[in-house]
Design a protein around this ligand. Structure first.
Ligand SMILES: [Fe+2]
Ligand SMILES: [Fe+2]
Length: 168
């Protein structure tokens, strides 16, 4: 898998340099983990195992990307005159608070319904949990739904009054 090699940020503080090392180190470890999964998927005769490894690979690719983006964003924030960070700065003051809350509350309600629906489905699948992958997949979707709710709660908890337009 292709590796983006980021050089250490110039003019960074001690904390920034340490954090940068931490993030790039983690990126390398995630990369190695990913290679491990990919070879496990290649070597197995079991379709079920390779299906599950594919799920893990999908997540690990994302983790790998996130760590890369964290390191790159830290670098652009640390360097004087650095580029716009890949992970955007928290600029919720650019959107209208009430409208944003209205949308996120609605989406959060949808996720809660989804969660309840998945819970019901999970119960129905109890008899199959040791003979198929189905219950496991529903368990994973329940966790995904928890993640979606966490993202939406973050937005509602950080919604801010819109910044007054600058004058003159
Ligand atoms: Fe990971
Ligand atoms: Fe969802």
């Amino acid at each position: 898998m292709e590796e983006t090699l980021l050089s250490s940020p110039r003019g960074a503080s001690v904390w920034e340099l340490k954090m940068f090392e931490h993030l790039t180190g983690h990126t390398r470890r995630e990369g190695a983990l990913l290679e491990g999964y990919l070879s496990a998927a290649k070597d197995t005769e079991s379709k079920a195992l390779s299906y599950l490894v594919d799920l893990l690979v999908e997540d690990e690719r994302r983790h790998h990307r996130h760590f890369n983006e964290l390191a790159a964003s830290l670098k652009s924030d640390a360097e004087p005159g650095g580029a716009e960070p890949i992970i955007p700065r928290l600029d919720f003051d650019r959107v209208e608070r009430d409208a944003m809350l209205e949308v996120t509350t609605r989406l959060l309600d949808n996720e809660k319904d989804d969660y309840a629906e998945l819970k019901r489905l999970r119960k129905e699948l109890a008899d199959l949990e040791d003979t198929t992958l189905w219950a496991l997949l529903v368990d994973i979707m329940l966790r995904d739904t928890e993640k979606h709710m966490a993202i939406l709660r973050f937005v509602t908890e950080h919604a801010k009054p819109k910044r007054a337009p600058r004058r003159g």
